[in-house]
Structure formats: structure tokens, C-alpha cells
Design a protein around this ligand. Structure first.
Ligand SMILES: [Zn+2]
Length: 311
């Protein structure tokens, strides 16, 4: 990381507490508004807000540790392949929409250790990787050459308003179901007018999951899901604040915060099912509606308001 990389990043940052401009000196960032100082660890600014939920951070750090284990459990190869294809579809769509558009500055919110986004950096875009968990960012940076990384809290996104041409966010908002409206409003805030949002999340209306996520009362679904992971001996324990989100509700919320041209992109890959389930999906998904609204994931593309009048 060069000093100029860090300076490029600092220009986009804002204090998570007061929104002031952080200034870089003597190896740390100091807010010009409230004077709070923030650590910069190995070139990664840690912009956690003051009243941050530490318990939540610890939970997510644990989950981050699990994400870094690359071993594939036997019997899950088919599903893993579908996960990979699902990522290919998402980033393929982003590359296609950005190619030749002149949209250059991209924020990947909740980047985890998804290295696919780095293809955008190789294409000459300025890519900022943002996550709650420092260790994931550190691994993206040292292991994969991510130039611009920032750690912080999704609910206090530490970036200046109107900074980004494009914002990508995969499988994150279901970690904060109680706060989805605020999160989407923040996405609108940090995007430039006319900027593009690419949002993917686990779909409550997925063909093989809606009977649980829609028909069962939430506490019952939650209990059954935890029990499933315990019985399976899986190291992953979903937290109470995690829950699949509805594609239809998310589209309505996006409209409410001012996004336009909101579109659900048809999805071919269907993770977390076996070969037989996938064959059923293949047949049913000849209907476009199924591909758009009833995949395991939904992917939404939307355009931020173009003028201040619309904001
Ligand atoms: Zn401040």
C-alpha cells in the first residue's frame, strides 16, 4: 500500500460519529469535527462508532473465522459449486453494467473474503472493501492485493455522502433485519446521484425455503434452524438477528428511499440444495418469474436518485 492509496481512501471517509472529515497524521486518523482519533492498522482505518455493539462484533468475528476455513465438507460439493456459480453471476452482472459506463468508484459493503470483487480493481476501478471484521480485510489486503480497505459498522457507514458511483452488497442485510430500512437509506446517501446499487441477499421467498421463512412463525423457524445446525455438528450458529429477507419487501423499501429502475435479475445457480432439487429448479425456472423472485438469492439492481429534487 502506498501513501497515495491511503490518501485516495481518506478522501472518501467520514467520521462514523459526527460525519466530520478525518485527517491523516502521525499514523492515525483524527476527526476534524469531534477530534476523535481512529487507529489505522496496517493501512486499514478502523472506523468503529463510539456506541458500537461489541457483542455483535465478537459474533461476526467468530463467523469471519469460519468463513476463512476453505475446506469443503464431503457431500456438499454440488452446493459449493452452486455458490461459486452464484458469485459468478453476481460479479458478471456488475462487470457488464459497469463496462464502459464511466462509473469508477466502487464500494463493496460486507466484502468478507470474496476475492471476486478484486477483478474490478484489476479493470482499473477504485474499489473500497468494507467489513466489520478486520481480520477478513487484512487477509484480502495481504493475501490478494486489495488496495483500499476500511473496517467499521454497517449502521454507521463511515463514508462521505455522494462518494460512490456504485455500491455492491452480498448476503449482508439479513444479518441486520431489524435495520434494513436504515441500511438502504445509508446506501442511497453514500451513492452519487444516478449511482448503481447491486444488492444480493438470502431470499425468504426462495423456492426451497419459503415454506419455512414465510409460513412458519419467525421464533419457530429460528429454533428449528439452530437445532438443524447443532444436529449437523456444523460450526455455524445463526444469530437471532439473522433471517432471510423478502425480495418484494426489499424492492418496496428501496423505492421508499428514492431508488429508481429497481429490477430483480434472473438467477440460474441455486445454492444449498442437492442435485435432485436443482433439477426441479431448472424445470420450474423456465418461468422467468421463478428465476427473478424465487431463487435462493435475489439480486436487485437499482439506480440512486438522479437529482437533489428526487432526494
Ligand atoms: Zn467526528
Amino acid at each position: 500500500m502506498t501513501n497515495s492509496d491511503l490518501n485516495d481512501l481518506v478522501r472518501l471517509l467520514a467520521c462514523p460519529d459526527c460525519g466530520g472529515d478525518p485527517l491523516f497524521s502521525d499514523g492515525e486518523l483524527r476527526c476534524s469535527g469531534c477530534s476523535r482519533s481512529y487507529e489505522v492498522k496496517d493501512g486499514i482505518p478502523l472506523l468503529y462508532p463510539k456506541g458500537m455493539n461489541r457483542e455483535h462484533l465478537a459474533e461476526e468475528e467468530k463467523l469471519g473465522g469460519i468463513m476463512q476455513q476453505t475446506e469443503i465438507e464431503p457431500g456438499t460439493e454440488f452446493s459449493e459449486e452452486q455458490w461459486k456459480r452464484s458469485k459468478d453471476e453476481f460479479w458478471g452482472q456488475v462487470r457488464e453494467r459497469l463496462g464502459g459506463s464511466g462509473l469508477k468508484i466502487i464500494l463493496n459493503v460486507g466484502c468478507g473474503i470474496d476475492t471476486r470483487a478484486l477483478e474490478l480493481q484489476e479493470m482499473g476501478h477504485t474499489l473500497v472493501s468494507f467489513d466489520l471484521v478486520y481480520s477478513l480485510l487484512e487477509s484480502l489486503k495481504t493475501g490478494h492485493g486489495a488496495k483500499h480497505c476500511t473496517a467499521g459498522d454497517l449502521l454507521h457507514l463511515p463514508f462521505k455522502s455522494g462518494s460512490f458511483d456504485c455500491l455492491c452488497c452480498i448476503d449482508l442485510i439479513h444479518h441486520e433485519i431489524e435495520h434494513t430500512p436504515e441500511i438502504l437509506a445509508t446506501f442511497e446517501r453514500v451513492l452519487k446521484p444516478g449511482g448503481l446499487l447491486f444488492l444480493e441477499d438470502i431470499n425468504a421467498w426462495g423456492l426451497f425455503q419459503f415454506y419455512k421463512s414465510i409460513l412458519l412463525p419467525r421464533p419457530v423457524h429460528r429454533t428449528l434452524r439452530s437445532l438443524y445446525h447443532v444436529l449437523k455438528g456444523s460450526p455455524y450458529r445463526p444469530a437471532d438477528y439473522e433471517f432471510p429477507t423478502s425480495v418484494f419487501k426489499t424492492m418496496r423499501l428501496l423505492e421508499r428511499v428514492g431508488f429508481a429502475e429497481i429490477d430483480a435479475v434472473p438467477q440460474r445457480a441455486y445454492p444449498n440444495i442437492g442435485g435432485i432439487g436443482y433439477r426441479i429448479y431448472e424445470v420450474l425456472s423456465r418461468v422467468q418469474h421463478i428465476k427473478r423472485y424465487h431463487n435462493y438469492h435475489y439480486m436487485i439492481v437499482a439506480v440512486a436518485p438522479k437529482t437533489a429534487m428526487q432526494r
